[in-house]
Structures are given as structure tokens and as C-alpha cells.
Design a protein around this ligand. Structure first.
Ligand SMILES: Nc1ncnc2c1ncn2[C@@H]1O[C@H](COP(=O)(O)OP(=O)(O)OP(=O)(O)O)[C@@H](O)[C@H]1O
Length: 577
């Protein structure tokens, strides 16, 4: 049987140093991958483009926080309780599987948003069996995807390997707000490893247990989700797969995607607001700029039952691959103020921002203070969280709070799923006139979350070309790991010496080049093509006479002569592409 594209690429990637199985000499473990020398260069080039787009052009800043995260942080974020997948075990061979994926592989049903019980019922209804041994499956259970560890000796403090880079940003919100001089909006980036103990990762680099994320947390005023630079992207046409069309049974699969301008999609309410739409446009531009095939990108909106509990709108950039079909590579979500509110409730630290008004204003407001003598005994260690909750109330929420206390004698507040009854005598309320210069706001967060490994794989697949006499990777010059091969036509006269000098000259000018003198020239060209080297520079007989070399372009195989003195400038210009 002919190999599929995935196999061909993985074979090339293994042989030529792009991707290797981790821990191979000990038998390997699914869900881990090593980037070889070329893989590392390629991945770093993708990350550089990401930094160029978001840090240089958008003006965001990057931070780096630890990957080991204490229990408290992930309890507050909801991961300890909710970051789970459904697992099912074979009663015969004891192999574990992700229940929803297994059912979908077995029968054509949609398992999105189904409860454990519903999944159990589907397994029974369709008699889904173990794909390995055909055995009967057990009960579907919840499995938490985080890797647990302990911090310090004695295992007293539980920690987890972070499941996303985002939390590191949220918990530094106070410092970040100060850094950005309390001005909204602002964007913070984190790039690094995330860990998920995926149940049965059988999709190679697509589903890893340790992978690289590049996330942006873009903090905005909750009532101001228009984007200042929206005009720059509003005419960008994007392929959208809105939730409504996905659910429309009258549409055939290939009719569900609509091509529409970003501006129109917001006007028609398909995309909820300009800021999400802005990031959809930027994501499309980014993916195209690194070389992803523009006809294999689409943006799919999450269905209501699929959306994370904290999100109000979410779009995935999906990229088409031959073996796996459409895969999610970037998630763009409006996470609201969920994370800041829950970290504030759990830590007792106010996580709001003081936004200055254009001019001072006199307002009537309420001062609400807890009556500590009474509440201390009742709420004990929760008192701090209740105090933070009250301090975080906006003017509107304060009014509501006071109205409830006055009309009903009590208010019920909900902090992170836990309810507290606040009676009238628990608080002292004073009506005051105050000149205000600004207002406290808990920002909402719009989060584009990029999965770098999936993007890297898709790029390799989309770049893969086969011709009668060769295979090559059509990587853009700016993304290709090695930019030039420098080759003496034959190993005699001064050719090897000159070629080595040119190689060194390119490296001194920050162009990654490789010297290769083994085998016939044609074979050397093929070797370079196979790993996507965009230019081959050959030193030949004429070089000895007039100090010129040939520069061969990978895709067209066309050759031109360039003076050695002008080679660096020539290549630098080409490498911008
Ligand atoms: N196990 C994984 N291996 C590689 N990349 C991943 C993995 N899980 C998530 N990612 C990447 O991180 C991005 C953001 O993470 P997010 O939490 O939105 O993923 P997700 O919706 O849980 O993914 P999936 O549904 O495929 O498990 C994804 O778009 C994807 O590119």
C-alpha cells in the first residue's frame, strides 16, 4: 500500500532531523516528540514570526512564568475540578481510551458536549468494543488531564505542570496593569511548554502530552470591545463556519462554510465583536505569512455545548490535513472576566484596574464595609474573599447590592460556585458624594491561543512536493531552517576552499548556511531540496576566473550568476520573502 502524506512527511522528518520520537532507545512513549536540529530551527522561525506580529507590530509584551504551578492557582482556575476528558477502559486488555473519540471512530455520531452517562449509553447502543482486542468496555469515567507533582521534599505541597500558559499571565495581573500604566486595552504574550496527560495520543505530533503554546491575553474594558485598528482588517475575507450553519441539517457539509469580510461578519452579528474579529484576521494573516495553504484554513465557531464554561464566543482556526482532516490549531476565545474574578475570589486580592476618566466627575456612591465583628465568626477564612468581592463591585453592581439589602434584608453572592448570604447587619453602608477621577474595572480577556506543534506539522505537510525526480519542501525562504547550501562543483583546485570561505561569510552575516562536498552535484541539490533549502550556491570553474558563483533557486531550479561580493545582499533581500 502506498504511504499517505503523513507517513511520507514523518519519514522525511525522522531521516533528516526535523522530528524524532522521544525516548526512542528505551522504546518511546506516545505523546512526546523531539525536535531535531532542523525541527528546532523551523519551530523557532515560526515563533519569531509570531513575535514579529504580536510583540513588534501589535505592541504586546511577553512574560515567562514557571511551568510548575501550585495547586491553589489551578484550583482557582477550575482546572483541578473541570479539566477532564472521558475515559473508558477495556475490561479484557485493560487499555484505556478517550471515550468520545472512540465512539466517533466507531460510529458516525457527534459526541460533543455529551455527559458521561450519555457516552455510556452510546457505547452500549452501538456495541462499541475495544479497538485493540475487541473486548468489552467498562464504565465511562472522568480523567483529569493534568500531570501532578509535588513541590519541595516531603510532598507537602501539591503542584501541577501547567495545562496552559494563560494562568501565569492572569495571576500577575496586578503587576502587569501597573506596567501598562493602568491603561486598557493591553496585550500580554506567553510562549512555552504546556502539559496535558492525554488519554491515548495516537495522532503523532497533533496530540502531544507536552507541547508548545503561544498565547495572548488581551485585556479590554468589558464595555469596549471595538478595536482601534479594525479598519485595517475589515475587508479581509475569511472562511467562516458559524455555529448556526454547522447545526443546519438542510445544508450539505461543503455548503456550511461562508466566505465573508471580517467587517460584514461583525455587522451581521456572526462574530460577536470587533476584537475577536480582529484576531481572526490577524491569525489568518499569520498562518498565510508562514506558508500555510490559504485554501486549507477555516474558522469554526464553537457550538454552544462545546464552549468552555467561561467563554462567551470562541472560534478555532482549523487547518486541513490529509490524514486527520480539519484540526484545531488556534483557539480564539472571549474568556470574559472569569479568570480574574476567580483568582481574586480565591486569593483575596483585588484584581481590577483603575481606569481614569477624561475629566473628574462628582457622583453619589455607596461605601460598603464588612462588619468584621459579626462576619469574621460566620465566614471565617472566606471573609477575605467576600471582602475582595465587595471591593471589586462596580458602581452599578454596588447600587444593585444596596437595593437588594434594603428591599430583601439580604443579598446572596456567588463566589466561584459557592454561595454566601449577606444579611443587612453584616455590612455598614454609607451613601457618600465623591469626586471621582476614574472607575474600577475588571477587564475582560480575549485570548488567541496558538498550538505551535500542530502548526509546524501542518506547515511541513502543506510544503511537501513530489516531482518525478525529487521530493522537496516548498518552505518560504524566511521560514526555511537552512537558507543556503554552499557547494564546490568538484573537489579540486581552489573550489572547496572558496566554498568554505563563502559559507563562513554567510554565517557571519547571520545567514544559516551549510557546506556540502560529498557526492555528485545533482545529488547534493536533491539533498538540499528535500529539507527545503531555498538556495544552493555553487563554486565552479568560472568562480576562479571572475569571482562569481551560481545561485540555484529550489522551486524553479533556475540558476543565475551573482558576484561573491554581492551575495550577502542578494540573499538577504530574497530571505525577506
Ligand atoms: N495535546 C495537544 N497537543 C498539541 N497541541 C495541543 C494539544 N492540546 C491543545 N493544543 C494546542 O493548543 C491550542 C489551544 O489549546 P486549547 O485548550 O484551546 O485546545 P483544546 O480545545 O483543548 O484542543 P483539543 O480539543 O484538540 O484537545 C490548540 O488550538 C492546539 O493547537
Amino acid at each position: 500500500m502506498e504511504k499517505d502524506v503523513y507517513e511520507k512527511i514523518m519519514d522525511l522528518a525522522r531521516r533528516r532531523g526535523y522530528l524524532w520520537s522521544s525516548f526512542e532507545i528505551y522504546g518511546g512513549i506516545a505523546g512526546f516528540v523531539d525536535y531535531g536540529p532542523l525541527g528546532c530551527l523551523l519551530k523557532n522561525n515560526i515563533i519569531s514570526k509570531f513575535r514579529e506580529q504580536y510583540i513588534v507590530k501589535e505592541g504586546f509584551y511577553e512574560i515567562e512564568s514557571p511551568t510548575v504551578t501550585p495547586y491553589e492557582v489551578l484550583k482557582a482556575s477550575g482546572h483541578v475540578d473541570n479539566f477532564t476528558d472521558p475515559i473508558v477502559e477495556c475490561k479484557n486488555c485493560l487499555e484505556s481510551f478517550r471515550a468520545d473519540h472512540l465512539i466517533e471512530e466507531f460510529v458516525d455520531v457527534d459526541t460533543e458536549g455529551k455527559t458521561l452517562k450519555e457516552l455510556d449509553e452510546l457505547i452500549k447502543k452501538y456495541n462499541v468494543r475495544c479497538p485493540k482486542c475487541g473486548g468489552e468496555l467498562g464504565e465511562v469515567k472522568k480523567f483529569n488531564l493534568m500531570f501532578v507533582t509535588s513541590i519541595g521534599p516531603g510532598g507537602k505541597r501539591t503542584g501541577y505542570m501547567r495545562p496552559e500558559t494563560a494562568q501565569g499571565i492572569f495571576i500577575q495581573f496586578r503587576r502587569l496593569a501597573q506596567f501598562f500604566r493602568n491603561k486598557l486595552p493591553f496585550g500580554v504574550v506567553q510562549i512555552g511548554k504546556s502539559y496535558r496527560n492525554e488519554i491515548s495520543p495516537r495522532q503523532g505530533v497533533i496530540r502531544l502530552r507536552e507541547f508548545t503554546q503561544a498565547e495572548i491575553e488581551y485585556f479590554v474594558h468589558p464595555e469596549k470591545k471595538e478595536h482601534e485598528k479594525f479598519d485595517l482588517v475589515k475587508d479581509e475575507v475569511v472562511p467562516l463556519l458559524p455555529a448556526e450553519r454547522q447545526m443546519d441539517e438542510n445544508l450539505k457539509e461543503d455548503e456550511k462554510v461562508i466566505k465573508i469580510s471580517i467587517g460584514e461578519a461583525v455587522e451581521k452579528g456572526i462574530i460577536r465583536h470587533q476584537t475577536i474579529a480582529y484576531f481572526i484576521a490577524l491569525t489568518k494573516r499569520f498562518l498565510e505569512a508562514i506558508g500555510i495553504d490559504k485554501d486549507k484554513i477555516r474558522f469554526r465557531q464553537h457550538l454552544p455545548n462545546e464552549m468552555a464554561h467561561y467563554a462567551i464566543d470562541c472560534w478555532d482556526a482549523e487547518i486541513y490535513t490529509e490524514r486527520f482532516g480539519w484540526i484545531e490549531c488556534v483557539g480564539i476565545a472571549d474568556r470574559t472576566d472569569y479568570d480574574l474574578r476567580s483568582h481574586s475570589a480565591h486569593s483575596g486580592v483585588e484584581l481590577s484596574i483603575f481606569v481614569e476618566l477624561d475629566e473628574e466627575r462628582e457622583i453619589e456612591t455607596y461605601e460598603i464595609n464588612l462588619n468584621y465583628k459579626v462576619v469574621g465568626k460566620i465566614f471565617k477564612k472566606d471573609t477575605k474573599a467576600i471582602e475582595a468581592y465587595i471591593n471589586n463591585l462596580s458602581e452599578k453592581e454596588k447600587e444593585e447590592f444596596v437595593k437588594n439589602i434594603e428591599n430583601n434584608g439580604k443579598v446572596i453572592i456567588n463566589i466561584d460556585g459557592k454561595e454566601f448570604e449577606i444579611l443587612k447587619d453584616y455590612v455598614e453602608i454609607k451613601k457618600v458624594k465623591k469626586v471621582i477621577k476614574g472607575e474600577k474595572v475588571i477587564p475582560h480577556v480575549i485570548e488567541p491561543s496558538y498550538g505551535i506543534d500542530r502548526i509546524t506539522y501542518c506547515l511541513l505537510e502543506h510544503s511537501y512536493r513530489e516531482e518525478e525526480d525529487r521530493v522537496y519542501l516548498d518552505l518560504k525562504p524566511s521560514i526555511a531552517p537552512i537558507k543556503a547550501y554552499v557547494l564546490p562543483l568538484v573537489n579540486k583546485d581552489d573550489m572547496p576552499k572558496i566554498a568554505k570561505e563563502i559559507n563562513q561569510m554567510l554565517r557571519e552575516s547571520s545567514i544559516i548556511a551549510e557546506y556540502d562536498d560529498s557526492g555528485a552535484i545533482g545529488r547534493r541539490y536533491m539533498r538540499a531540496d528535500e529539507i527545503g533549502v531555498p538556495f544552493c550556491i555553487t563554486v565552479d570553474g568560472q568562480t576562479l576566473k571572475d569571482k562569481t558563483v551560481t545561485v540555484r533557486e529550489r522551486n524553479t531550479r533556475e540558476q543565475i550568476r551573482v558576484k561573491i561580493d554581492e551575495l550577502v545582499d542578494y540573499l538577504k533581500e530574497k530571505l525577506k520573502e
